[in-house]
Structure formats: structure tokens, C-alpha cells
Design a protein around this ligand. Structure first.
Ligand code: NAD
Length: 451
């Protein structure tokens, strides 16, 4: 299993094979910058964040090198027959960042921009997210490059089943356990679980998390990520002696994470002044009627044209005045281009990687605190862990037990990050990464190097 070629640099290395023999190939490969195989804007962001925290910890070069690049990357190409009879080839990925902490864990997503570099960045964040919450997993991520909005249910099922069998050699309930991410949910997890089970000849519910309840899913997984975001907001406000009911909130994204944050914050009395999705946003400074918005989206799929609010563009939503801004859509939304216009007191990252390092600097100068993704959206993987544990033990917890355990685990992680922030004198993101990196580094030192 290997990563795919190293783009232009990789091509240069191969060219030299013909002229200079293997020595010159090795020389050319040494000249590749670290991580060339995974080069992408998101991987650059993940590496930049890692380096900041590693510098604060004065992490030794050997451990840095072991954590900077993923351990295993698999790229697959596979044919799928579309509804019109044509056959289309799709590219899929599975990246496993570290094998040190236990089995790997991470979602898989569908989207036109899914790439090896994107999966590598997301896998690295999964490692730190799991370590921060104290889960016995290393990070992984995967996906298929496709446009799910243009595919029928049958086509999506065939893509999911074929992707599952293509990555079969490196996954397993004790090796790598996938889960939902962007544009994948319970339905895809059911197809995935069935495909894996067909291959091994018996039901294996613990191969994925985020499954429907009747197939071995857990109570509370569907709302876990959004609920975790809200728990972090509550912890943050508690330290400042402020009430959730006094907050004006804007949420970018109205999918699994965003819609849960909107509903849970509204239920706690917060005023939701803006919500958006891929089609654009709707705002009302006096507060949106969330029940009506939910009904509208149920009937019309998107928030666009919701009649009881003012429409704004996909990016304008981020600049609406509020106390708490929750980006819960896709990565790289808050950048050096718009960071100066963000009009919030706090940003709580529901999405993975929504803020670039350049934006982080601008926000810090402006006194806007960012509660980072590895902490704020860790509720999803935490309840995924609960699901895996229940599947392994063949028992089912009540919803209240899941929620109580989630709260305990996240409150504990929040406290550790808070303490590290004071001790290290850093921002929230660097503190969260430092807590996580320390844990993974400790495990790496103890296991030493094989052989
Ligand atoms: P989803 O597919 O359910 O929802 C995504 C939402 O974002 C949709 O409303 C979509 O219309 C909107 N969107 C897409 N592109 C957009 C754009 N360019 N601008 C504005 N809105 C856009 O996905 P999700 O599961 O809610 O995931 C959202 C984010 O949270 C992702 O970054 C994901 O990696 C992260 N996350 C999800 C989970 C989980 O359990 N689902 C866990 C941790 C992190």
C-alpha cells in the first residue's frame, strides 16, 4: 500500500530513473519536501498548527518526524455502473495517521474536492482529537471524490459498497473503524456494514460507527457532534459567568452538526440570528423562528428563500454581528481575507479546519477567541467510541447514559485544555494540540521503534 506519486516532484524523480540510475532517484526523493505526497492547502494548515504546538512543547525531532506524516495511505480507483448504463471511474482514499494509540478511527466523506492531502490533514486532526478526549484510537480519514448531489441513491449505494470492499484490506473492528462525515450518514454506514459483513461471512456491526440503531448503532450518535459543540459553549460561558440564554449565535452549515447546534442552542434560550447552508444564508437580528426554519428545510431541502428572514450570501453569513459564531460546514471558511470583518466574540469550530493559520493570527490580535475543532467537535468521535464499546460487549446503553458520559468526557477535555492554556500561555488551539501531542508522544516514546 503506498501513497500515490508526489505530483510534479514525484514525476521529476521518476524521469531521473532513466538517466542517472537509482542513486539519482534517491537523491531526488530526498529533495522532496516532507509531506509532498499529501500536499494540499488543508495539510499545510494541519502541519502549521502541529508545528506551533510542537515548538511550545519543545518536542524532540524524532517524535515530530513520526507525527508529521501519516503512517499509511491507500488510494483506490474503481468502476461503478451509473443508472444510465454508463460506467464511471471513481477515486477513493483511506489515510491512517498513527498506529501507535490503538485501532484507527475516522469518518469518510463524499465531495468533488476530496483528495489525498485533505484526508491526510483530517486524519492528523483525528489523532489529536482522540488523544485530547482520551480515546484509545489513532486518527484516520477517507472519502470518495464524487458529487453526491448529482448521484441517485442506487449510485451512492454502489459507490459505498465498492469503496468498502476496496479499502477492506486495511480496515477492521480492531484495525480501522470508519464513521460518517460530510455527505455520509446512517444510510451509508448501513451499506458499509453490510458489505464488510458479506465479505467476512457474519454480521460485524463494530466495523463502523454512526449506524442506524437497529443495526447496532447507539443512542445519541446522530446529535453527538452538535451536542458536544454546545457543551463546550456551556463550559466556556460558565468560566466567564455568562448565560447561554444571553448569547446571539450565528451558525454556518445546517447539516448534521450545524442543525443540531441551532436546535440545542435555541432550546437553551440563545437567540439564533443567522443560519446558512451551501445555497446561502438567512438572518434576523431579532432571532430566527427555528421551528419554522426546520419545517421549511424539511419541505424545501435548503434554507434559501426562507420567507421570515433576510437572505445573505454563503460568505456574508460569517460577518453577521453575534456573540458566538459556529462554523459547521466545510474547511477554510475564515481566512485572512475575511477575518478582519468577523463580528463575533467567540468562534466555536463545529467543522474541521474552518479557520486558516493566517486568520487565527488576525483573530487573536482582535481579541476573538477560537475554541478549536479538535476540542469543540470531539463529541462525534466520543459517542462513536461508545458505540464501538457497546458493539464489542453486545450491550446497549440508554440515551441518558450516553449523554452523561459524553458530558463527563468533554468537560474533562475542556478543563485540561483550559489548564494548558494558562500553563503554556498560548491560544486555545495551540493548548488543545499540545495536550493531545503530549499524550501521543508519551505513547510513542514508550513503544520505542520496531525493530
Ligand atoms: P453535512 O453534510 O451533514 O452538512 C454540511 C452542511 O454544510 C450542509 O448544510 C451544507 O449545505 C453546508 N455546506 C456545504 N458547503 C458549504 C459552503 N461552501 N458554505 C456554506 N455551507 C456549506 O456535514 P456534517 O456532518 O454536519 O459536517 C459538517 C462539518 O463538521 C465538517 O467539517 C465535518 O468534517 C465536521 N464534523 C462532522 C462530524 C459528524 O459527526 N458528522 C464530526 C466531527 C466533525
Amino acid at each position: 500500500m503506498g501513497a500515490n506519486g508526489g505530483g510534479a516532484n514525484g514525476a521529476r524523480a521518476l524521469d531521473r530513473r532513466g538517466t542517472g540510475g537509482w542513486e539519482s532517484v534517491l537523491e531526488a526523493e530526498r529533495a522532496l519536501s516532507p509531506g509532498a505526497e499529501w500536499q494540499s492547502e488543508l495539510y499545510r494548515v494541519a502541519v502549521d498548527q502541529f508545528r506551533r504546538a510542537a515548538d511550545v512543547l519543545e518536542l524532540e525531532p524524532e517524535i515530530r518526524a513520526r507525527l508529521l506524516e501519516p503512517r499509511r495511505s491507500l488510494v483506490v480507483n474503481f468502476p461503478v455502473r451509473l443508472d444510465d448504463g454508463e460506467v464511471q471511474s471513481f477515486t477513493g482514499y483511506r489515510v491512517q495517521h498513527t498506529l501507535t494509540m490503538g485501532p484507527m478511527k475516522g469518518g469518510f466523506r463524499y465531495g468533488p474536492g476530496v483528495s489525498l492531502g485533505e484526508c491526510a490533514a483530517l486524519a492528523m486532526w483525528m489523532t489529536f482529537k482522540c488523544a485530547l478526549v482520551g480515546l484509545p484510537f489513532g486518527g484516520a480519514k477517507g472519502g470518495v471524490r464524487c458529487d453526491p448531489n448529482r448521484l441517485s441513491e442506487g449510485e451512492l449505494e454502489r459507490i459505498t459498497r465498492r469503496y468498502a470492499s476496496e479499502i477492506f484490506p486495511i480496515i477492521g473492528p480492531d484495525r480501522d473503524i470508519p464513521a460518517p462525515d460530510i455527505a455520509t450518514g446512517e444510510r451509508e454506514m448501513a451499506w458499509f456494514m453490510d458489505t464488510y459483513s458479506q465479505q467476512v461471512g457474519h454480521p460485524v456491526p463494530e466495523i463502523v460507527t454512526g449506524k442506524p440503531l437497529v443495526l447496532g448503532g447507539t443512542e445519541g450518535r446522530d446529535i453527538a457532534t452538535g451536542l458536544g459543540v454546545v457543551y463546550c459553549v456551556e463550559e466556556l460561558l460558565a468560566t466567564l459567568d455568562q448565560a447561554v440564554a444571553d448569547q446571539r449565535v450565528v451558525v454556518q452549515g445546517f447539516g448534521n452538526v450545524g442543525a443540531t447546534v441551532v436546535r440545542e442552542m435555541a432550546e437553551r434560550g440563545a437567540t439564533i440570528v443567522g443560519v446558512s447552508d451551501v445555497t446561502g444564508g438567512v438572518v434576523d437580528p431579532n432571532g430566527l423562528d427555528i421551528g419554522a426554519l426546520d419545517e421549511w428545510v424539511k419541505a424545501n431541502r435548503f434554507v434559501r428563500d426562507f420567507p421570515y428572514a433576510t437572505g445573505v450570501s454563503r460568505l456574508e453569513i460569517l460577518e453577521q454581528p453575534c456573540d458566538i459564531l459556529v462554523p459547521a460546514a466545510v474547511e477554510q471558511q475564515i481566512t485572512e481575507e475575511n477575518a478582519a470583518r468577523i463580528d463575533a466574540r467567540w468562534i466555536v469550530e463545529g467543522a474541521n479546519g474552518p479557520t486558516t493559520p493566517e486568520a487565527d493570527e488576525i483573530l487573536a490580535r482582535r481579541g476573538i477567541d477560537v475554541i478549536p475543532d479538535v476540542l469543540a467537535n470531539a463529541g462525534g468521535v466520543t459517542v462513536s467510541y461508545f458505540e464501538w464499546v457497546q458493539d464489542q460487549q453486545k450491550l446497549a446503553w440508554q440515551g441518558a447514559e450516553v449523554a452523561a458520559r459524553l458530558r463527563m468526557q468533554l468537560d474533562d477535555a475542556f478543563a485540561r485544555v483550559s489548564e494548558a492554556r494558562e500553563r503554556l500561555g498560548t491560544d486555545w488551539r495551540t493548548a488543545a494540540q499540545a495536550v493531545a501531542i503530549e499524550r501521543v508522544a508519551d505513547a510513542s516514546r514508550l513503544r520505542t521503534i520496531y525493530p
